[in-house]
Design a protein around this ligand. Structure first.
Ligand code: 3Y8
Ligand code: NAP
Length: 248
């Protein structure tokens, strides 16, 4: 009998949860507890960390999890690394549902950088209007260049004071091309900082930047350990179905 654990928190994870619920497969959906409250899922849902690799391994054993699907975001590197280790420790089969990175197309003006610090360095010295579309957790390094007029976008209103003066848009996304064009134009944004998340939920700003001829400082994805990886919900269902047929 299959009992799957979905490490979720993305649009793809929500699509997978709907498919798994429709198929009547026993499963649990897991959020990291980063936003309040996360979207509802059609599966029993748990919220919050497991307590590191050992906490996740204990959860897998205690809950009789037979399959783990890492459908977290490409930048949720710590969760993905823990899943690889905990599944190796418990011999639980693991598959990652991970969307392909965005690739540059003609008209894109990308400056590709390895991490947030390199993104700060890539910004000009001369004061300008900058849109940081990288969430809430990794903005502190931009305090090194306080001369810019920053626009930030968070899922929830900021709880504490910000490390530098900035205007915050509170919006959960997914975002639309018209909405992004309007926002970038009315705020006179001249630079965008984004992470190469892939998928459709965050790509509208990239398309809008191309249309407006704006430079995008694009942060590459963190390195992840080797693990079986698919890009579609169908592939995950086949992986599960295959196991079901084998009576796993
Ligand atoms: C808590 C679950 C859905 C899910 C929507 C996707 C699309 C909109 C685009 C911008 C970029 C960013 C951010 C973003 C997007 C989708 C998807 C995606 C980027 C929710 C969600 C949770 C989170 C956590 C949140 C992070 C933050 C990152 C905002 C739910 C809405 C910037 C990633 O305040 C915080 O602590 C927020 C933290 C991790 C990155 C960061 O470091 O701040 N996502 N996002 C999940 C949990 O608790 O386990 O609440 O429904 C999911 C979505 N966010 O069903 O439509 O990519 O799937 N999320 C990035 O750089 O791309 C916004 O603003 O243009
Ligand atoms: P992260 O840095 O990789 O993970 C940090 C810790 O948060 C993990 O070690 C784990 O805690 C806990 N955690 C993360 N995701 C979890 C999940 N789905 N279920 C249970 N615990 C989880 O993660 P993150 O980048 O902060 O992302 C957190 C959540 O937001 C994930 O669900 C991710 O899919 C979603 N999200 C992230 C981004 C992004 O840009 N990072 C974008 C969209 C959505 P323990 O060690 O205690 O187990």
């Amino acid at each position: 009998m299959i009992r799957a654990l979905i490490l979720g928190g993305t649009a793809d994870a929500s699509l997978l949860a709907a498919e798994i619920a429709r198929a009547g497969i026993d499963a649990v959906y897991s959020y990291g507890g980063r936003t309040r409250p996360p979207a509802d899922q059609p599966l029993p849902t748990r919220i919050g960390g497991f307590g590191g690799v050992s906490g996740l391994a204990d959860y897998i054993r205690r809950e009789g999890i037979t399959h783990v699907i890492d459908a977290t975001h490409p930048f949720a590197a710590e969760m993905s690394r823990h899943a690889v280790e905990a599944c190796a420790d418990t011999n639980a089969p693991l598959i990652a549902l991970e969307r392909a990175p965005w690739t540059r197309v003609s008209g894109d003006n990308w400056i590709e950088v390895a991490d947030v610090n390199a993104a700060v360095a890539a910004l000009p010295e001369v004061p300008t209007n900058v849109f940081l579309a990288i969430g809430r957790q990794h903005i502190a390094p931009f305090a090194a260049k306080p001369q810019h007029a920053y626009t930030l976008r968070f899922v929830d209103p900021p709880e504490a004071s910000l490390p530098f003066a900035a205007d915050v848009i509170v919006s959960r996304g997914p975002f639309t091309l018209d909405g992004e064009l309007e926002m970038l134009h009315t705020r006179g944004i001249a630079w965008i900082v984004a992470r190469n998340s892939g998928g459709d939920g965050a790509r509208a700003k990239i398309d809008a930047a191309r249309m407006l001829g704006l430079p995008v400082i694009m942060i590459s994805r963190p390195e992840l350990p080797e693990r079986q990886r698919v890009e579609s919900v169908t592939d995950v269902m086949q992986w599960l179905g295959h196991s079901a047929r084998l009576g796993a």
